[in-house]
Design a protein around this ligand. Structure first.
Ligand SMILES: Cc1ncc(COP(=O)(O)O)c(C=O)c1O
Length: 413
């Protein structure tokens, strides 16, 4: 069966009755005990999406708390330096949470309040999800529990300190590879046992289908803004537009692209950049662009890095936020329909991109978006001057300052 995207319907809503996109990706592969809480959440979310008071409240917080729209800026120096295409950045990191995770955290906390829950829990890798949920939960008077792999606790300590400052409980996860994949598993386990009082937030467009939907619904704000900003800047959507985004689970990429999916790919191309890991290692975190198989992880069917026995494989990336062995069903669908293309950048390429961007421009992307910058930097010189390469600068580098200093010998905020 060939997979097709329907026009005029948000991709998050193009699943079947089993929560699967193209009958192939997504779904709800969860223990029996979670069926009812998931059904309740599906019903509540579908009601709230049509409720004007909910939408008004969401928009109020997006406008007054996040401070939308985040800037769209031309990277003149980088463009001059590279020659070829024009480089632009949507600086999503210019919000109080310094990453795109803030949108879904606000929406989830609003849902948790309406559901009468007093606690929220989540997974985090780079610490951006944990920091944002801690920050937003405090604002809404909710108690937050954040699950984080011990490996990430060490490499993203700066964000851990912020979570604690906001009063969240940070739970170290010692199982498995002690990274994001294990944090998601632990957070889900905790929710299974406590779903009466706790609302679970998943940090990306992954997990059972309702979590994919809520995450994508929330980050879509980014492309709604971008569309308006591009029209303001160019008078129309530029004829040769390429939207580049890093992809871990895929929430920022989906949010950056959602308004543009219906455009012809020759007009607006969508380029996802996964984590290729270190040049010296065979390990990576790039299931869409490098060797993976269809499997089930965290309740959803998607491309997963697996060993020969079908076990979830080990991943490796300098960027904790991209260090995940699977990916959103939305991106699997975008890949198999041919609407989006996926590639990867190595740790070294991401670091070099960070170095060049922070040297020439007044922005300082974290290691995750530095992967997308790396691909943009390699593409720009080969493209015409009327091509617009727009990169989602979805995270600020401060959390990575120790790693960057260690690897490059300097850090520019
Ligand atoms: C700054 C930043 N960018 C990207 C990601 C990857 O997540 P996603 O692919 O869901 O946007 C993360 C995850 O923690 C992040 O912190």
């Amino acid at each position: 069966m060939s997979l097709k995207i329907k026009k005029g319907i948000p991709l998050i809503d193009q699943h079947d009755k089993n929560g699967m996109w193209g009958g192939k990706f997504g779904g709800n592969f969860v223990p029996e005990t979670l069926k009812k809480p998931i059904e309740d959440l599906e019903k509540l979310f579908s009601k709230l999406r049509k409720d004007q008071s909910f939408i008004k409240e969401r928009d109020y917080y997006f406008e007054n708390y996040v401070g939308t729209p985040t800037p769209l800026i031309k990277l003149d120096n980088l463009t001059d330096h590279l020659g070829g295409a024009q480089l632009w950045a949507k600086v999503v990191s210019e919000n109080p949470g310094t990453a795109h995770k803030v949108y879904a955290c606000i929406v989830h906390c609003l849902i948790a309040k309406r559901a009468g829950k007093r606690y929220v829990c989540t997974d985090t890798g780079a610490g951006m999800q944990g920091k944002n949920l801690a920050m937003v939960a405090k604002k809404f008077g909710l108690r937050a529990k954040i699950f984080m792999g011990v490996r990430d606790l060490v490499r993203q300590k700066k964000n851990v300190d912020v979570m604690k400052k906001y009063g969240a409980e940070v739970v170290p996860v010692t199982s498995g590879s002690q990274t994001l994949v294990d944090a998601v598993s632990e957070s889900m386990r905790y929710w299974v046992a406590n779903c009466q009082d706790v609302h679970m937030v998943i940090g990306s467009t992954v997990g059972p289908s309702i979590f994919v939907k809520i995450s994508g619904y929330s980050t879509s704000q980014i492309s709604r803004e971008l569309k308006v900003q591009l029209i303001e800047e160019f008078g129309e959507i530029p004829n040769k537009l390429k939207l580049l985004n890093c992809v871990g689970g895929g929430s920022s990429a989906y949010g950056f692209w959602s308004e543009f999916i219906d455009y012809d790919k020759k007009h607006v191309s969508l380029i996802g950049v996964e984590a290729g890991g270190s040049k010296k290692s065979k390990l990576h975190a790039a299931p869409l662009s490098n060797n993976s198989k269809l499997g089930v992880l965290h309740g959803a069917k998607a491309y997963c890095i697996q060993d020969n026995d079908g076990q979830i494989g080990e991943t490796e990336s300098l960027s904790s936020g991209l260090d995940y062995p699977s990916v959103s069903p939305l991106h699997c669908f975008l890949k198999d329909t041919g609407r989006a293309e996926y590639t990867s950048a190595t740790d070294e390429e991401a670091l070099n991109a960070y170095k060049l961007v922070s040297k020439l421009e007044n922005i300082s992307p974290s290691l995750e978006p530095s992967h997308a910058f790396a691909t943009a930097i390699s593409l720009a010189p080969k493209l015409s001057k009327d091509t617009i390469l727009c990169i989602d600068s979805c995270g600020h580098s401060l959390k990575d300052s120790d790693i960057i200093k260690e690897k490059l010998g300097f850090y520019t905020e």
